[in-house]
Write a protein that binds this ligand. Structure first.
Ligand code: DN4
Length: 260
């Protein structure tokens, strides 16, 4: 047992599969399709759970490919209405608070597969019909083609490809590079917006209340983004404050002087 434990199960540097992964996937799927977005009520959650599992079970956890997830993607097949997609980078909590209030807007995690997988971890081992609950490959320290990273990259790519009309992105002005070319947003989503479908990318650069901003619409990282987007024939706009988001921040910190 000691040998199995150390050399077989703790071999990766990332957190292991989430306990009760299968049950959580099924429960989230039913919650989403029956209560959150009933227009997807005909999706088969048992099949979705099975296709998700089949994508990675008994496979080498460092050899994931997009094809592994194609059956799952095909089962779900969801589109987001035009003008409603919200991208984010280093602003996950705020972006989700925003779409929770603005119910018609969608981050990736407000689509079925993003909702199911949010904050979960999953992997197996070559030839094993079990999940590995001890450890999974860390995307930086072990391998980038692990099943979690490939899943989010594929989902992010599709989310961007399907966006239409006005697209929005919530960026973090309290860090030095609000736009980071190496983030999923900078590496995948920006390059997969379709100029035939998306006319404008609107950036909101939000900074923490009561702190001086570290980056802004006129900073060099946003200029990078502006340049990339214009190069792709999409209009770019940027604003440093956005009242709807400011109100959300003020709900959490009503004592802030800028909230009075
Ligand atoms: P970010 O705030 O830099 O990263 C968001 C989360 O994704 C963090 O927990 C990152 O982990 C993790 N992450 C980023 N890249 C990878 C990767 N290659 N493999 C595994 N985990 C990764 O923001 P971002 O710009 O990278 O990603 C946000 C955008 O991409 C959004 O517009 C979403 O549509 C989409 N997305 C969402 C998720 C999610 O909901 C994940 C990836 C992409 P760490 O840097 O803290 O270790 O979880």
């Amino acid at each position: 047992w000691m040998w199995r434990h150390s050399s077989e199960h703790m071999k990766w540097k990332g957190t292991g599969s989430t306990a009760h992964f299968q049950e959580i996937v099924l429960e989230r799927c039913y919650n989403y399709t029956q209560l959150v977005q009933p227009e997807l009520r005909d999706r088969d959650c048992q099949k979705i759970r099975e296709a998700f599992r089949n994508a990675f079970i008994s496979k080498d956890p460092c050899s994931a490919t997009e094809e592994d997830y194609h059956p799952l993607m095909k089962l779900v097949n969801q589109t987001v209405p035009c003008d409603k997609a919200v991208f984010w980078s280093k602003t996950k909590e705020l972006a989700h608070q925003y779409t929770k209030v603005q119910r018609e807007m969608f981050t990736l995690e407000d689509t079925l597969l993003g909702y199911i997988a949010d904050d979960l971890s999953w992997c197996s081992d070559a030839g094993s019909y079990e999940m590995n609950y001890q450890s999974c490959p860390h995307w930086k320290k072990d391998c980038s083609n692990n099943f979690v990273s490939v899943f989010w990259d594929l989902l992010s790519k599709r989310f961007a490809e399907n966006a239409c009309g006005l697209a929005r992105v919530l960026l973090n002005g309290s860090i030095s590079n609000a736009f980071d070319r190496k983030s999923t947003f900078g590496r995948v989503e920006v390059h997969n917006l379709n100029p035939m479908k998306v006319h404008t990318l609107q950036a909101w650069v939000i900074h923490d209340l009561g702190k001086l901003p570290s980056d802004s619409c006129s900073g060099s990282s946003i200029n990078d983004l502006r340049w990339i987007i214009k190069q792709r024939n999409i209009k770019f706009t940027c604003q440093g404050t956005y009242s709807s988001v400011k109100f959300l921040q003020c709900v959490k910190k009503p004592e802030e002087s800028s909230c009075r």
